[in-house]
Write a protein that binds this ligand. Structure first.
Ligand code: GTP
Ligand code: MG
Ligand code: ZN
Length: 335
């Protein structure tokens, strides 16, 4: 290449990562890219990863609190090597990010997905039976990341008639506080048009416990996607962690979606204990109204405005228990 030929810099979106390689999507093609040494400088690995990844060198870099400078969903600039590969030189500013504490680290943050419009919290109506506290943890996690949440109920076909009224009334609670809820079944096609309408034109990330049917739903929405799905373990009433990596897919009807492996938690990276109630929408207006003001944990304190609303039936008791449980989960042990 002669000196006066400008370096061909192109822009795209990171669709997938695997150790050291980032797949950048441009015009429907995934180009494997490495990253420039300037970006690599901020690429540090937690010490705990050393045993499993002997090739990773720990770099002690102050002021850096993220494990990987590039996340799925990032808009990046890269140099096209001309041989089907490239090198990422720049990550463009993110306008939203789903974060979590890096696995194996107490201090490092990991951006799981960048630049998403909405978090789709997926929960099965049955098989596995709904874990409401987990669901509230996901919804609160989305609030902590300031990304709108949509609730997508799967496996409506598997819901027993005798459980239907109870389960549906819980979803009504969410509608009442302002979360859209869609009821679907990949098995009989229920709610497919509604699901498409919610995903159309947006970038979404699917979260939810293993086995709830995230990959199956995506396959049903877009035949040909061919994501791997797995049977749930009936005895344990749990999935088997079939999806192992994070990957973004373009949707033919418009928009794109990131399928994730069943993550247990995200979003609480920098949430202080007294802020947890703010992550429950219906509690927000009462925060600061308790006798102990902003110091109230809404637990055993007297004259608590939030508990008063629970007693009056304005805040669901179930959501209030999820709040107590989440606070305990976050602060009784490590985040
Ligand atoms: N009855 C019924 N079963 C479903 C439905 N959708 C998914 N399943 C079953 O649920 C099981 C788990 O589905 P997956 O799509 O692998 O679940 P996942 O949420 O992607 O799980 P992970 O990748 O492990 O996080 C499979 O046996 C599916 O056949 C549905 O609409 N109805
Ligand atoms: Mg899956
Ligand atoms: Zn209170």
């Amino acid at each position: 290449m002669s000196l006066d030929t400008p370096t061909p810099v192109r822009s795209g979106v990171v669709y997938k990562k695997s150790t050291g390689t980032y797949y950048v999507n441009i015009e429907g093609e995934n180009i494997p890219c490495s990253i420039s040494s300037r970006l690599r400088k901020v690429l540090i690995y937690p010490t705990a990863d050393l045993s499993s990844n002997p090739h990773h060198r720990v770099q002690k870099v102050e002021d850096i609190s993220q494990v990987d400078p590039i996340a799925v969903g990032d808009d990046v600039n890269f140099i096209d090597a001309g041989d089907g590969t490239g090198q990422i030189t720049e990550v463009l500013p993110r306008w939203s990010q789903l974060t979590r504490r890096a696995p194996g680290s107490k201090v490092l943050e990991q951006v799981v997905v960048a630049n998403v419009d909405q978090v789709v919290v997926v929960i099965a109506a049955a098989q596995p039976s709904p874990r409401w506290q987990m669901m509230d943890r996901y919804v609160a996690g989305a609030e902590a990341c300031e990304i709108p949440a949509v609730i997508c109920v799967t496996k409506m076909d598997a819901l027993k008639p005798r459980d239907e009224a109870d389960v549906l009334s819980v979803f009504e609670d969410y509608r009442r506080v302002g979360y859209p809820v869609i009821l679907t079944s990949a098995a009989d096609g229920t709610g497919m048009d509604e699901a498409k309408a919610v995903l159309n034109g947006r970038t979404s990330v699917f979260v939810g416990m293993s086995g709830v049917g995230k990959s199956t739903l995506l396959n049903a929405l877009q035949p040909g996607l061919g994501l791997r799905v797995g049977q749930i373990n009936i005895n344990l009433d749990k999935g088997r962690h079939t999806t192992t990596g994070l990957e973004m897919f373009p949707l033919e009807f418009g928009g794109s979606v990131v399928d994730t492996p069943g993550m247990k938690t995200f979003g609480f990276w920098d949430v202080e204990s007294q802020d947890v109630a703010l992550l429950f929408r219906e509690m927000r207006p009462y925060v600061g109204q308790c006798r102990y003001g902003l110091n109230c944990q809404h637990d055993t304190e007297p004259n608590c405005a939030i508990k008063a609303e629970v007693l009056r039936g304005k805040i669901s008791e179930r959501r209030y228990h999820s709040y107590l449980y989440l606070r305990q989960y976050l602060y009784a042990q490590d985040k």
